[in-house]
Design a protein around this ligand. Structure first.
Ligand SMILES: [Mn+2]
Length: 433
């Protein structure tokens, strides 16, 4: 990781956390475990977003602790110790000494000393905060020596992470720009009969060329596959008269981007594809307009839902009143074709903390510094027997997704370099062939 976010900003985040937790507290955040792919082969490692947020530390087998002794901060990273034999096989280890000279911490220790160290430290504090469930071994050690209530630091951290700093926004702009270029390249190489995997390869190749990685598994769904919300096998060819839905974004220094575009692989929309595409685009633009500082979370969903419900009636897909189409709580007939939310928070996690309607909770008010996605869609799976739609729309799925920064002066679309009008798309698709 490059030092894009300054050391002093990380210390500031730690101080902010200290100011929010109870006095005389110890906060413990274990880093993610590596996941086994097969025998001794692992999936690429991704550090825990809270650990990245507070310390920029991305090496596995580590634990971050931050204590608040009456307002005085002590941040400690427990990390793997240097070990020549291991380093020969697995790469250089930074070790506690290296941590101390280059990372935003007050002290460091070997992870091998964690149990001994924490045993004596726990007795000095009145309150313990721990994110439970990340590393069961760490949870067990803590529960062996701490028999009082364990508090969850995420209550405070999620609130902090919801509002992005200037340096975080800069990183997200880079991620958005790389992802936009990847989509443009994928449009340019599209042709009738292209494999979904070819589009995936083009996108992932661009991410790698730009020293970034996927922030989630890319969705490349042609034809009917575009109607499967989390389709990711990406293993079929796309027919000449079909569209492809591509939902792919990269991450830069841990920060995600998240873009969806849908285009006809022939480079020419058919009239039914155009009908649906134009409706979804209209809903997306209405939802982006609703991303105003101070407005409730539901407003963007309301904006897109109203456009879609009205449009479905106008296209003859729904034969009911507008009220029945929309429903009293955005749960009307239109939900058969638009079954997800209009957006989510974006940050270190692609579905970032702090946002969205959860159960009965209305979600946060939009505030300057938040970054949200806006992604309405319509899906008409041909195999569904619970719906009946005019035949010309059967098998069409369209989603359009942009990343939007909330500011005092209105929404700023961070992905606006990624084309989405029908004219732009028709001129780009196939242009690299
Ligand atoms: Mn998304």
């Amino acid at each position: 990781m490059e030092d894009v976010v300054s050391k002093s900003e990380f210390f500031q985040r730690q101080d902010d956390l200290i100011s929010k937790v109870l006095p005389n507290s110890l906060v413990i955040i274990p880093n993610n475990l590596a996941s086994v792919r097969s025998n001794d082969t692992k999936y690429p490692y991704r550090a825990n977003s809270y650990v990245i947020y507070l310390s920029n530390w991305i090496e596995q087998k580590s634990v971050l602790s931050i204590s608040n002794s009456d307002g005085v901060r002590e941040t400690t990273l427990y990390v793997k110790p240097r070990e020549t034999q291991k380093e020969i096989w697995e790469g250089r280890i930074i070790g506690p000494e290296g941590v101390l000279s280059n990372w935003p911490v007050d002290s460091s220790n070997s992870i091998l000393d964690f149990e001994n160290s924490i045993k004596s430290r726990l007795s000095k504090y009145s309150n313990l905060y721990l994110i439970i469930g990340i590393d069961p071994d760490i949870d067990n050690i803590i529960q062996k020596y701490w028999h009082k209530e364990i508090l969850d630091p995420r209550v405070h951290l999620d609130e902090m992470r919801s509002i992005k700093s200037d340096s975080e926004i800069d990183l997200m702009k880079i991620a958005c720009s790389i992802s936009s270029d990847a989509h443009i390249k994928a449009m340019a190489i599209s042709r009738p009969g292209i494999g979904e995997w070819e589009i995936q390869a083009s996108i992932e190749g661009h991410f790698t060329m730009c020293r970034s990685t996927n922030s989630y598994n890319p969705i490349v769904g042609g034809g009917d596959n575009s109607t499967i919300l989390h389709y990711s096998t990406n293993s079929e060819t796309i027919g000449g008269d079909e569209m492809v839905l591509v939902d792919a974004g990269c991450e830069v220094n841990g920060y995600a981007s998240d873009i969806t575009r849908t285009w006809p692989v022939s480079g020419k929309f058919t009239q039914p594809q155009r009908d649906i595409y134009e409706l979804v685009l209209k809903a997306e633009l209405a939802a982006i307009d609703a991303c105003q500082a101070g407005s409730p979370w539901i407003n963007m969903h309301k904006a897109s839902s109203e456009v879609l419900a009205r449009g479905l009636i106008d296209l003859g897909i729904l034969n009911c009143s507008f009220e029945e189409a929309l429903g009293k709580n955005f749960d009307g007939e239109y939900r058969k074709f638009f079954m997800h939310g209009t957006g989510h928070m974006l940050g270190l996690d692609v579905h970032d903390v702090g946002g969205g309607r959860q159960g009965d909770k209305p979600g946060p008010e939009l505030s300057p510094g938040m970054v949200v996605t806006v992604e309405p869609g319509l899906y008409f799976a041909s195999w569904r027997n619970d719906i009946s739609v005019p035949k010309k729309y059967s098998g069409i799925g369209v989603r359009i997704e942009d990343d939007v920064l909330i500011t005092e002066d209105g929404p700023v679309v961070l992905t606006d370099m990624c084309p989405k009008t029908i004219d732009e798309i028709e001129s780009i698709v196939g242009s690299a062939l």
